[in-house]
Ligand binder design. Structure first.
Ligand code: B12
Length: 139
């Protein structure tokens, strides 16, 4: 007959592989999103890029993936001590405190609603088929 600890290890052995496989499968899933670059000050036509983000991954990761895939999209960010990554420039155009310009983060959901996330690129978790709008504008 199995003793208490032996029974426990047997039970753990049965449970563990399932748990690990489960999480591994989930982390390989990717979610398709679009990144739209808009310059409301120049009024140029928006440019749309397709990319993807890992399951429950942050927008910053998706932007890095997009930049690494060499599609004509690049960006820079600074690190705020309290709020994390701040989107500084997109494709060579940088926000400027003196001119009161910045890159606003907006999201168009698949049902065409536009929201303004209350977190930055380091915290926002995009959902499937969202359009992430990076809009150069004034405050
Ligand atoms: C003014 C302000 C702005 C101004 C800053 C202009 C400036 N240079 O002075 C502008 C309009 C640029 C701005 C933009 C955004 N903001 Co703002 N902003 C504020 C606000 C109202 C006051 C900040 C302040 O002046 N503090 C006083 C000074 C002395 O302290 P400070 O540490 O030096 O402040 C700096 C930081 O706060 C930084 N900053 C401002 N917003 C954000 C957002 C992020 C994500 C980061 C990393 C840094 C940052 O800019 C300030 C000046 O350098 C706060 C809310 C609050 N009442 O605190 C929200 C707040 C900080 N902002 C917030 C957000 C979400 C944003 C945006 C992401 C909104 C969006 N969807 O576009 C964008 C940033 C996009 C990007 N490019 O990364 C959130 C951050 C929450 C979080 N955990 O991520 C806050 C807390 C408001 C909220 N929704 O609750 N913001």
């Amino acid at each position: 007959m199995m003793t208490g600890p032996a029974l426990l290890s047997a039970a753990l052995l049965l449970l563990l592989p399932g748990t690990l496989t489960g999480s591994k499968l989930q982390s390989k899933e990717t979610v398709p999103i679009d990144v739209v670059v808009e310059n409301s000050l120049l009024g140029t036509a928006p440019v749309t890029f397709s990319t993807q983000v890992v399951y429950r991954g942050i927008l910053l990761g998706a932007l890095k993936t997009l930049m690494a895939s060499n599609t004509g999209f690049k960006f820079t960010y600074t690190e705020d001590p309290n709020y994390g990554p701040y989107l500084e420039s997109v494709n060579g155009v940088a926000g400027n405190d003196k001119e009161h310009t910045y890159w606003e983060l907006l999201v168009k959901t698949p049902d065409d609603k536009i929201i303004r996330p209350d977190v930055g690129i380091g915290c926002y978790i995009p959902s499937k088929n969202e359009q992430i709008i990076l809009k150069f504008t004034k405050w």
